[in-house]
Design a protein around this ligand. Structure first.
Ligand SMILES: NC(=O)C1=CN([C@@H]2O[C@H](COP(=O)(O)OP(=O)(O)OC[C@H]3O[C@@H](n4cnc5c(N)ncnc54)[C@H](OP(=O)(O)O)[C@@H]3O)[C@@H](O)[C@H]2O)C=CC1
Ligand SMILES: CC(C)(CO)C(=O)C(=O)O
Length: 334
């Protein structure tokens, strides 16, 4: 099958390489040094799903009409990437692989003639250097749309992807997006401190901040009437308990997340942007919680403070120590 992958970073690179490995005709979009490296040496994948070098066609935009496409940019770049490829995306299934709440909705608005479905990647991948991507944790991908059963396009896209990596179509995709937003509470603190997700969770002070922000985000979801989807060992019933639990009990969630991540250091996708000197996706992660809180007539001060700290590091390039983070967050963490 002819498959296009737009945005060949950590996630797009993993998807493109694995779809190539199972025999699809994969075409990717990339830019600058990444484009040069893929053209010269192929797309090189290693880590949890093995090693593979994919010799794929690469250009700044798609050149041939794919039958299926994956959009794998960060949230803030998605609209520009869709517009640049809109002609060739019209009429086909476009799988939007993105964290946050906005990606699928935005793609549906920009591509009214396409079947847009969402995908939640629960595995973790790192962009190592131009042309090189590594899978640090293996896990499922979940596809769907809306709060009912998955549309036929999601079922078919999951079937195709599942031959390359574990993928499933799910009910209540909107609820699962919210559960993933709770999991992505882990992204901010690595971006603020430069530490891996595992190191953040291992630090008692940072784990307290993470637990408090995660509980705040969970409560905002309930204030918005969310029915959380069941992924990563988290579901609506458990999160209802977590939202109101004392912090010492709720910290079981970050500890569970660390166990699932395994021991290969995971910087998270937000710290990876910082390390490359790029703007982060934080307005679509903790920032989305702040927006949802506002829509519910509430505040989310912990998520707002973490969003501001990530923007501070984007501006200054200087990471904070765990002690500095604890001090800055102390007024909000009772
Ligand atoms: N990495 C991970 O472990 C996980 C990531 N995710 C989510 O997956 C999504 C992708 O993340 P990730 O792969 O880490 O991000 P990366 O930053 O590694 O990759 C994004 C890619 O998109 C490219 N891009 C940016 N703007 C455009 C554009 N206008 N047109 C075409 N390509 C563009 C970037 O190129 P350039 O560098 O040239 O700007 C980059 O190669 C995010 O929503 C993230 O939250 C979800 C689960 C795990
Ligand atoms: C869950 C996590 C942290 C896995 O890497 C992720 O989704 C991300 O990096 O954006």
């Amino acid at each position: 099958m002819r498959i296009g992958v737009i945005g060949t970073g950590a996630i797009g690179g993993t998807i493109a390489a694995l779809l190539d490995r199972v025999g699809h005709l994969v075409e990717v979009t990339a830019r600058g040094a990444q484009l040069e490296a893929i053209r010269a040496d192929g797309l090189r994948l290693d880590g949890g799903w093995g090693t593979h070098t994919a010799r794929v066609a690469a250009a700044e935009t798609l050149r041939t009409g794919p039958e299926l496409a994956f959009l794998c940019t960060k949230a803030q770049d998605a609209a520009a990437a869709i517009r640049a490829n809109a002609d060739l995306l019209d009429g086909i299934t476009v799988v939007v692989v993105q964290n946050g709440l906005a990606g699928l909705r935005e793609a549906q608005q920009l591509l009214p003639g396409s079947d847009c479905v969402g995908a939640l990647a629960l595995y973790a991948a790192s962009f190592l250097s131009p042309g090189r991507v590594s899978v640090t944790t293996t896990a499922n991908t979940y596809l769907g749309a809306g709060d009912g059963p998955p549309p036929a396009a999601a079922v078919e896209a999951a079937r195709i992807l599942d031959a390359a990596m574990p993928a499933f179509a799910i009910d209540n995709f909107t609820g699962a997006q919210w559960t993933k937003l709770i999991v992505n509470q882990i992204n901010a603190l690595p971006a603020i401190t430069g530490l891996s997700a595992q190191e953040v969770i291992g630090d008692r002070r940072l784990r307290a901040v993470l637990t408090a922000s995660l509980q705040e985000a969970t409560r905002i979801g309930y204030a918005r009437g969310v029915r959380y989807g069941s992924i990563q060992g988290l579901d609506d019933r458990l999160l209802r308990v977590v939202a109101r639990a004392p912090r010492w009990a709720a910290q079981g969630v970050p500890l569970l997340m660390r166990r699932r991540m395994g021991s290969t250091p995971n910087p998270g996708s937000t710290l990876q942007s910082i390390r490359r000197g790029q703007l982060t996706e934080i307005d679509y992660l903790n920032g989305a919680v702040v927006d949802e809180a506002r829509a519910a007539g509430q505040d989310a001060p912990i998520n707002a403070a973490l969003t501001a700290l990530v923007h501070e590091v984007e501006r200054t390039g200087a990471f904070l120590t765990p002690a500095e983070v604890a001090e800055r967050m102390r007024p909000l963490i009772s």
